[in-house]
Design a protein around this ligand. Structure first.
Ligand SMILES: Cc1ncc(COP(=O)(O)O)c(C=O)c1O
Length: 387
């Protein structure tokens, strides 16, 4: 018996494929997975004792999240993002922002509806759309991986339900300027679409780039779905805590979905998240200094291959998406780099880039010395390719 066609048509997740190749080639340094090199702050661990002290905490809790975390997150949204819930918006705690995206999709689409994604896309977004029996409509970004507003506008059809943006971006590291995000949000309001905006990397900006939350625009609440995550900012990837701000009119739908899939976000993780938010954004910003140093090192090394490896500007997240002058398929090249040079990166094909050869380099997970060794191997491997 086979799985349904609906799920067979979904691409296989790339991270486990690369992880298996790494396992088969011991000693490989991974510039693959998008995670940070630090864990949660001590304030998060301290909350675990408080969780364990009350036996009531082992029972199911509210579908949309525990009041204490909702309150702390609402405060964060007010002070950091300029988002106030008011009458039009609601806040739901999710088991990570991937779940927030799926909640949003199931709440707003019928089978056959279209969702506009920018390419290169974040693979789990594309997979979720296909899984929901909808159609991802792919709009290319420009040579600097920035939004092409005119192309987005042209891609809207009567079946379009939402436009998705991610800034700072995975896989490109691009940070979209405030005017571009405002324009997308206004386009959505005018055309009766939702704007789904993923802010998982909100604190990860460099070189003076500024993060902007379109959910803060006046009148945005009724059509904007903003997705947040503690995974990167607080070293919380395995704890599975995120949040979504959504139009109040969608709350009942999202309640049904989350109740069915999750019942409630893991309560022990919600306690830890309260602690993380007590530590606040300064925790992440402190860690960011080390990541920014690794970024400089990686950037310098990559620039040494400028004649055959283009590195478009990436002022955010912890990625560079390289554009290589070669006819090789990016998956073939990624495999070759692991087997022959013991360094892992993610091929551009995983992000919907079929033309050309692209590789995503993730630098958030490594200490400086390992990053230097890893990037050295990558440069060596790519230079050989050229020779
Ligand atoms: C753009 C983007 N959104 C969401 C996620 C997943 O976040 P979470 O762990 O909160 O589900 C990632 C993880 O890499 C990401 O890059």
């Amino acid at each position: 018996m086979q799985a349904a066609l609906r799920i067979q048509s979904v691409q296989s997740p790339i991270i486990p494929v690369v992880a298996e190749l790494i396992r088969q080639n011991p000693g490989t340094i991974s510039l693959g997975q998008g995670v940070v090199n630090y864990g949660p702050p001590p304030e998060a661990a301290a909350q675990i004792q408080r969780f364990l002290a009350d036996p009531e905490n082992h029972k199911y809790k509210p579908v949309v999240g525990c009041p204490e975390l909702l309150e702390a997150f609402e405060k964060k949204l007010n002070t950091e993002n300029g988002i106030s819930l008011g009458d039009t918006s609601r806040l739901v705690i999710t088991a990570g922002s991937n779940m927030g995206f799926m909640n949003a999709l199931l709440a707003i689409t019928d089978p056959g509806d279209e969702i506009i994604l920018q390419t290169p896309y974040y693979f789990n977004h594309e997979m979720a759309i296909t899984m929901a029996n909808c159609r991802p409509v792919l709009v290319p970004t420009d040579d600097n991986y920035q939004l092409q507003l005119q192309l987005i506008r042209q891609a809207i059809t009567p079946r379009t339900r939402a436009i998705v943006t991610i800034s700072p971006n995975n896989p490109t590291g691009a940070v979209y300027p405030e005017p571009a995000l405002r324009e997308v949000n206004t386009m959505c309001r005018e055309r009766g679409l939702y704007h789904i905006h993923d802010e998982a990397y909100e604190y990860f900006v460099y070189d003076g780039a500024k993060h902007f939350s379109p959910g803060s625009m006046s009148g945005a609440g009724a059509h904007t779905i903003s997705l947040f995550s503690l995974s990167k900012a607080y070293g919380f990837a395995s704890w599975r805590i995120g949040a979504m701000v959504l139009p109040a009119t969608l709350l009942d739908a999202v309640r049904k979905i989350q109740d069915t899939i999750l019942i409630c976000p893991p309560v022990i993780s919600q306690f830890a998240a309260v602690g993380a938010l007590q530590a606040g954004a300064s925790y992440c910003r402190e860690q960011l200094r080390g990541i920014a140093e690794v970024r400089e090192l990686v950037k310098r090394e990559l620039e040494s291959m400028a004649e055959f490896c283009e590195v478009p500007p990436a002022a955010g997240a912890f990625y560079f998406l390289l554009r290589l002058r070669t006819d090789l398929n990016s998956m073939v090249l990624a495999e070759q780099l692991i087997r022959e040079h013991r360094v892992a990166v993610i091929p551009g094909t995983a992000f919907g880039l079929e033309a050309g050869c692209h590789l995503r380099v993730a630098y958030g997970a490594l200490q400086r010395a390992t990053a230097a060794e890893g990037i050295g191997r990558l440069v060596e491997g790519l230079k050989r390719l050229k020779g």
